[in-house]
Design a protein. Structure first.
Length: 108
């Protein structure tokens, strides 16, 4: 079960999360094994970084237009957003320690 801190990104709220001071969007799919491995890590970090970094998940099958808008070609893809601008992106699974460091840098 996803953390209540995770925002389910869709066409109605994508501008809200991308406009946050610091945010990460996880482009994911239910059929993606690495995405499923990343989910509990993001849940844990969403709680840890609550109030500092907004974390959202965007299912590419439900929201192909959003994935296309950001040029997402593989899942999982993480977009790191600061002050409304994409400042970094990573395709593939990240270890928890690496992701924590990126979130800390993003929230600084």
């Amino acid at each position: 079960m996803a953390s209540p801190e995770i925002v389910h990104v869709n066409g109605g709220n994508v501008k809200t999360i991308t406009g946050a001071k610091a945010a990460v969007i996880d482009f994911t799919a239910t059929w993606c094994g690495p995405c499923q491995a990343l989910a509990p890590i993001l849940d844990k970090l969403a709680t840890e970084f609550k109030g500092k970094v907004s974390i959202g998940k965007c299912d590419i099958d439900e929201n192909p237009d959003i994935a296309g808008e950001y040029g997402v070609m593989a899942v999982p893809t993480l977009l790191f957003i600061k002050d409304g601008q994409v400042v970094d992106q990573h395709a593939g699974l990240l270890p928890e320690s690496n992701l924590r460091q990126r979130l800390a840098k993003l929230s600084a």
